[in-house]
Design a protein around this ligand. Structure first.
Ligand SMILES: [Zn+2]
Ligand SMILES: [Zn+2]
Length: 141
């Protein structure tokens, strides 16, 4: 079982993290609320996330590389609700880990197990993306 390692120590919304250069992400993370939470649907998971639309979409795209199915981002609670009780509770917490995505950051409002899972997927997705880019480059004439 892999342990999850964050590149930066988890950052609370009260701090002013220098790693977040995207002001829209920063604003969303400072005041996560009903209207700023999005839901990433990937395979059987529903992961509540906070961030700006641009970086949420970037996160979705990278996670989508790890699944045959498509990864979908909803800006409202899915019809079936959040299946995992831990994730459901985590969405109401004020402190949550923030994961750097490009120049922005995405807050993962999930239970520890699903946090680890989705961040693992994101990292795998980044590697896949890297390989894709590398193999494209090597096909150049
Ligand atoms: Zn952003
Ligand atoms: Zn969960």
């Amino acid at each position: 079982m892999d342990t999850v390692e964050f590149d930066d120590s988890p950052v609370g919304p009260a701090d002013s993290p220098q790693s977040i250069r995207c002001t829209a992400c920063d604003a969303a993370l400072r005041s996560p609320g009903r209207n700023t939470i999005s839901f990433l649907l990937v395979d059987q998971f529903t992961i509540p996330l906070v961030g700006c639309p641009e970086h949420l979409d970037q996160f979705r795209m990278v996670c989508g590389l790890t699944t045959e199915e498509s990864a979908t981002m909803l800006d409202h609670r899915p019809a079936g609700g959040i299946q995992c009780p831990g994730c459901r509770l985590a969405a109401h917490r004020h402190q949550h880990p923030v994961f750097p995505v490009g120049t922005g950051a995405v807050g993962v409002l999930a239970c520890p197990a699903h946090q680890g899972d989705i961040i693992g997927r994101y990292k795998t997705g980044l590697q896949t993306q890297h390989h894709l880019t590398a193999s494209l480059a090597s096909h150049r004439p």
